[in-house]
Write a protein that binds this ligand. Sequence first.
Ligand code: GDP
Length: 297
Amino acid sequence: NDNVIDIPSLQWYPGHMRKAERLVKENLKLVDVVVELLDARIPLSSANPVLREIVGGKPRLIVLNKADLADETATRTWVKYFAAQGITAVPVDAVKGHGVKELVQAIAKCAKPKTDKLVQHGAKARAARCMILGIPNVGKSSLINRLSGGTKTKVENRPGVTRAKQWIRLGAQLELLDMPGILWPKFEDQQAALHLAFTGAINDNVYDVASVVLLLLNTLREAYPADLAARYRMEGDLPSGTELLEEIGRRRGCLRAGGKIDYEKAEQIVLTDFRSGRLGRVTLDSLPDMSFDGDVR
Ligand code: GDP
């Protein structure tokens, strides 16, 4: 099968997973809302397969991060898709800060039933507390930096919270646990693993880059041919497979002595162009069947 590549889950062992899960569970008690970061280009592939179980009944909110790299129309559809399941999803660019204001408001709103209830039960009004979860490289640190505006206002130590843990105060409304919860991605799912490799969520040295780039080019040729043609100034019908890579290599001057194509260089150009958005705004995951009962994880 051409669409199968071997991506070993080198970074995650059962022991790692249990530890990650335990850390999230421990911190869960401290917060009112869990903010789950997904990559807007791959909202299904970048989701952790067991997060729902881990989080239980705790209010959850989704950030569609790297929205600047994703197809805007697709992102709007994904927002609606999550809304249909009762989950607020906010598109964000954590590097530039777009969508961050909306996110802060959405978190406060999501926590309100809880914070209101505390007040009803006679407690002093307090800020909403949240934590940020997501797979490696999805943008957790960038978002925490953005939210804190670079200057982290520390909150006093709290009973039951180890000294190493810090809270960042975001205005009067919100406090953020300054510790991203790292979750493992969906390695077992071939399609998801491939999309994780395309977007750079999996370290390039754990899979065969040549095969992954050919699959990426095929995907883009199918779904976004105009962007591909524009970037590499190609006209007419695009070649496919290795021929397409060779054409890109020629056009970008990836040549070895004797005029032979430098495949590795061409592959790197394609990966870098794609991941930086120079091949256009691309969403790779398509919506699961809407008639499905809504349980996507
Ligand atoms: P973490 O591992 O989840 O903490 O991810 P980081 O915050 O370290 O981000 C991983 C990479 O993605 C970095 O190169 C960031 O600059 C980049 N990144 C994070 N958020 C965004 C975003 O919204 N848009 C774009 N274009 N890049 C982002």
